[in-house]
Design a protein around this ligand. Structure first.
Ligand code: AMP
Length: 228
């Protein structure tokens, strides 16, 4: 099973991927997380992409496709070994048409195809407020919002006591740039997937549990209709 969560920055893709991935036995493939981990480790890739991430621009397609290809090969190997892995859940990938085409090709080469692409739809004015108030635990990655979902002690993670930080690309300038790129390059992919007949849409402006349930229902019903 291969599922893409689509939606603008701040629509809740990361939060939902963390919730539904384990329930469907899907390994999360979040390119933003992979790039951020590389910058923290100061690996060659990390040094190459750090300035791009901070500005809110996109990492070149070839580099992005290459890291996804490696992750998918690892997932295919785990499946082949009989591990309890049903496939992948993409968060933040693909973001451009060449990336979408590369993903189709990689999956076809493995004899696989997309099960579902689900758009999490949230009104634009809410996205900006969500991003500007977002805080992330530097140790365990748990996401908070200063007003909508504050930690018990300001600046401290409820789960692990880690320090809460604002992402470097959650500044007003980078937020504007990232939403512009979403409209120009990523939103058109919705038509690409609608044409393939795999697109579903979920209202992301509801409480987290309701969005999660709607996502699970949409993905399970697509998986059932593929079996039929
Ligand atoms: P995210 O956590 O998904 O918001 O991604 C953070 C940043 O990582 C983005 O603003 C881009 O600079 C980079 N990035 C993540 N995924 C991609 C992708 N699919 N293509 C290009 N750049 C990406």
């Amino acid at each position: 099973m291969y599922v893409i969560l689509m939606g603008a920055q701040g629509s809740g893709k990361g939060t939902q991927a963390a919730l539904i991935g384990p329930k469907l036995n899907l390994v999360k493939v979040a390119t933003g997380d992979l790039f951020r981990a590389a910058t923290e480790q100061k690996s060659e890739l990390g040094l190459q992409v750090q300035a791009i991430l901070e500005s809110g621009n996109l990492v070149p397609d070839e580099l992005t496709n290459a890291i996804v290809q490696v992750r998918l090969a690892q997932i295919a190997a785990a499946k082949a070994k009989g591990e309890d892995v049903a496939g992948a859940l993409f968060d933040g990938f693909p973001r451009t048409e060449p990336q979408a085409q590369a993903l189709d090709e990689i999956l076809a080469n493995q004899g696989e195809s997309l099960t579902a692409v689900v758009e999490i739809d949230v009104p634009r004015e809410k996205l900006v407020a969500r991003l500007a108030g977002r805080r992330v635990c530097e140790s365990c990655g748990t996401v908070y919002h200063v007003e909508a979902d504050p930690p018990a002690v300001p600046g401290i993670c409820n789960k692990c006591g880690g320090k809460l930080l604002q992402r470097k690309d959650d500044t007003p300038e980078a937020i504007t740039r990232r939403l512009e790129l979403y409209d120009d390059l990523t939103r058109p992919l919705l038509a690409y997937y609608a044409e393939q007949g795999v697109l579903e849409r979920v209202d992301g402006d509801q409480d987290i549990q309701k969005v999660e349930q709607d996502l699970l229902d949409a993905i399970r019903s697509r998986a059932e209709s593929m079996k039929a």
